[in-house]
Design a protein around this ligand. Sequence first.
Ligand code: IMP
Length: 431
Amino acid sequence: MNNQLTIIVGSQWGDEGKGKITDFFASQVDYVVRFQGGNNAGHTVVAKNETYKLHLIPSGVLYSHVTSLIGNGTVIDPKVLIEEIERLKGRGIDLNLKISERAHVIMPYHIAMDEALSGHQGVLGAGSTKRGIAPVCADKSYRHGIRVGDLLEPEFFKEKLEKAYNFNVNILRKVFEVPFEKSMEEIYQEFCEYGQKLKSFIADTELELFEAYKKGNKILFEGAQGMSLDLDHGMYPHTTSTNNIAGHISVGAGVGFNTSARIIGVVKAYVSRVGNSPFLTELLSAEGDALREKGNEYGTTTGRPRRVGWLDLVQVRQSVRCSGLTDIAITKLDILAGMKEIKVCVAYEIDGELITEMPSSVAKMRRARPLYKTLAGWEEMSKEETKKYVLNGYQSLPHQVKKYIEFIEKETACPVSIISLGPGREETIVR
Ligand code: IMP
């Protein structure tokens, strides 16, 4: 890995396996940085037969030489973060963690507001994880958000909380007509305590990262969510409320990088979607149920069953373009094994027109029909066979797998250089 910067982003609807790919590369870097999203994300990492489910803490945390940094572009629920820290400590992980003073804090009224908003938005909603993401981001834009650093400044925190609490609680009670029981004083005390518990991790991470960058340290950015969930470029309004394309790293980490980066888009060999939106390649049949079970497609954060469907290359093409991908990492090829034929969506038909690039309009997506290319499937792979493929490299893979990969490369004009055949670190081929 020669680039000083590596960026890993999701190229679909999230849950592509970014945690595994981040963990795979984390051994070679000095910093792993989260630059957007919050605990709506769920990253699963399997290391030495142990499974770790992470929501806020970067997936590099399992390496003691790596500094894990939660950047200003993230939104933080301190209660969840403290629990995650305690869980990892309890499993013997030596945490080297830094949290940006500038990251915004998810407050209890944000979570209540998310619940209220979900009902209000109906079919135009995204099917939120209800972790308070949209309301905390709205408060950031209203400029009455609470930032992590505020929790260490009791007087200033009180001054800000008064404004933000009254604003949110008034909307909850008067507009949505829902109860909100917690008093401002209770929240104030609770969050001052969280501040004290997190104090040793809170820092000017932007400055630290800048200095590390100047020294030539290697930095890996771990994206959360995925292309179609990006606030500006995703399938708005069925998106999340932060940007997740690669270009967001400078905003979300506070350093103006002027070096070329390796930008890896993680693509699952099929698509999963948790939440509400048009999903053109969705499999609503028994075939879909079987894929969900085999791929264990249940939300890491909410446990919700994920909708599943065929790979959509219009979506991946958009990720190549918007994030400037230099590489694709393909995951879960083992889950597709055993199928006779595999479909891949290469374009849409909308109002009689052939569309190869993602439209901006959800109205158009509601009328779109997927156009498929059918490819030959491949046989199941035993653990032994997988080991051999990894040992002998890309060329040793079954002919049909290589055809599938090369088809993706041709359609997206991006090399597939990382191939994941299972959840473990050792089940990965780098070309
Ligand atoms: P929110 O970010 O919780 O508001 O959810 C907005 C949309 O993004 C919903 O459709 C969620 O299901 C989806 N979403 C948010 N985070 C993730 C993730 O990490 N993986 C998959 N979907 C996500």
